[in-house]
Design a protein around this ligand. Structure first.
Ligand SMILES: Cc1cc2nc3c(=O)[nH]c(=O)nc-3n(C[C@H](O)[C@H](O)[C@H](O)COP(=O)(O)OP(=O)(O)OC[C@H]3O[C@@H](n4cnc5c(N)ncnc54)[C@H](O)[C@@H]3O)c2cc1C
Length: 461
């Protein structure tokens, strides 16, 4: 028992040191917690005046939230070589979640500082507010506070704004860079750390510029690197009334695992910031070719017919960890694709077929109509050649095609499609829109599948 525990600790520690694979969510949480907590421990060691428990707690929260805000930049910067920031889908979840908490906390920040002072002094509230708002040394803080509130709200309601995603993203990044600079300016002006003040201010500015450097890298340096390894468009083919099959040829030593995705730009320059994430539908065996299934949705995906074979395509990646490697021990594989979620799922299925995987494999594939189902011939071929593979087509709208389940991929559909596999010891791979993934995960709760065996990719950040 003790040696088992020892082995586990050693394995985790060696992963922490080497991090050759993607770090687990648990490790990432611990590492991020350490990054925001350790500076407080150092500050607490310094011999500074004790200003009472309330001020102490507030200073702790201010520090943690400020460092969390700084971490937002590398989290969103697509840093595939820095393992701590390489799990982009986890990063984006945390970026959204932490962003909201940071917004709420800093929105309350002036209140948390001024209210106790006002309560203790018994001064006129109106005068205290006017005094605070007009104090010159608080100006940067006040501008940062207003900008932060507006920018956080515009992030929460981004889908309701009449602005294209790429333009919103540029404003989002630029706005928060300004907020971070103003907030750092504010804390270095009003923060009091006694005799250590100037050193601590230097640390704040260093942390601020380091965090912004990640974004500058993404916008200024990375495009140069990407332009040196551009792919060529081999073909673009319409494969359903709203889906395209895009094939690229890679000219560099690009490797990936089935199920991963890349950011693609088909602009004439790698510096034009119009990169879109798309899952790779092919397997490494098809390299140097890479294929993608792209569904028309908005401005960019509706303009794919303008692409010209032979043109350069900039590829940033691979990213994502909905890959097969982590689950060798499962007894069966359940693949679930909703709509264009078939892109990474067909990549995984092709990899399983190439490996001649003997385990039962089930594919549940949903679309609005049967005419949107892709790769039907290939799927039929796999049913004949793989040891134990079955496809269940699920159509929301009625169709004349006989072998399909009408409705959504819900609890009943899952139950009927998975009757003959050991679901509780299976690995599940699921991809689709946010709503589809959320509902299908809800439907999967009826089975006792360990959470670690359910892998999913949502087709939006
Ligand atoms: C990890 C991942 C893998 C994906 N794989 C595929 C795939 O294989 N096939 C496919 O058809 N679609 C895929 N998508 C979705 C695809 O990226 C969007 O449909 C596409 O970017 C929409 O661009 P648009 O200009 O046509 O539409 P818009 O109307 O501009 O955008 C529609 C929505 O797509 C998302 N989006 C748009 N641009 C970006 C961007 N630059 N970065 C991130 N999200 C963006 C936003 O949520 C936006 O609200 C994937 C998305 C993610 C996050």
């Amino acid at each position: 028992m003790a040696s088992l525990l020892e082995n586990r600790i050693l394995a985790s520690f060696s992963q922490f040191i080497k991090q050759k694979t993607y770090p687990t969510q648990g490790w990432l949480t611990i590492q991020f917690a350490l990054l925001v907590l350790i500076p407080y421990v150092f500050l607490a060691i310094l011999p500074m005046d004790n200003k009472g428990i309330y001020v102490e707690i507030l200073s702790f929260l201010n520090l943690v939230m400020m460092l969390s805000m700084m971490l937002q930049f590398p989290l969103a910067a697509r840093l595939k070589h820095a393992k701590l920031f390489s799990r982009i889908d986890w990063n984006m979840q945390q970026h959204k979640r932490m962003g909201k908490w940071i917004g709420v906390f800093f929105f309350l920040h002036p209140l948390l500082i001024l209210l106790p002072k006002w309560l203790l002094s018994g001064a006129d509230l109106r005068l205290s507010i006017i005094e605070s708002i007009t104090a010159p040394r608080l100006l940067t803080g006040i501008i940062a506070w207003v900008l932060l509130a507006v920018w956080v709200l515009s992030s929460i309601y981004k889908n309701k704004l009449p602005i294209a995603y790429d333009k919103w993203k540029l404003w989002h990044t630029a706005g928060f860079m300004v907020v971070l600079i103003l907030a750092t300016w504010h804390i270095t002006q009003v923060g009091s750390h006694g005799q250590f003040g100037q050193y601590i201010n230097l640390l704040w500015w260093s942390a601020c510029f380091l965090s912004l450097a990640f974004t500058v890298y993404g916008y200024a340096i990375k495009p140069k690197l990407l332009s040196q390894h551009a792919c060529t468009l081999v073909s673009r083919e319409k494969v359903s009334f709203n889906d395209w099959l895009i094939t690229l040829k890679n000219h560099s030593a690009f490797t990936f695992q089935p199920g991963q995705f890349v950011w693609l730009s088909t602009k004439t320059s790698a510096y034009e910031l119009d990169y879109h994430p798309f899952s790779i539908a092919s397997t490494p065996r098809s390299l140097p070719n890479l294929s993608f299934v792209i569904r028309e949705l908005g401005d960019y995906t509706r303009s794919l017919e303008q692409l010209k074979p032979g043109q350069a395509v900039f590829v940033d990646g691979p990213y994502g960890n909905m890959t097969l490697a982590a689950n060798d021990a499962s007894n069966a594989i359940i693949l679930i694709a909703s709509g264009v979620g078939i892109a990474p799922i067909i990549g995984l299925l092709r990899a399983l077929a190439e490996a001649n995987d003997p385990r039962p494999i089930r594919l549940i594939y949903g679309n609005r109509t049967y005419s949107q189902m892709l790769f039907t011939e290939e799927l039929a071929h796999f049913e004949n050649t793989l040891n134990n593979f079955k496809t269940r087509f699920v159509c929301y709208l009625p169709s004349t095609f006989a072998i399909y389940y009408q409705g959504f991929i819900d609890q009943t559909c899952l139950q009927s499609a998975l009757q003959d596999v050991p679901v509780e010891t299976s690995s599940v791979y699921l991809c689709g829109s946010d709503i589809a993934v959320k509902n299908i995960r809800k439907g999967l709760k009826q089975f006792p599948i360990p959470v670690r065996n359910i892998h999913f990719e949502q087709l939006s950040f």
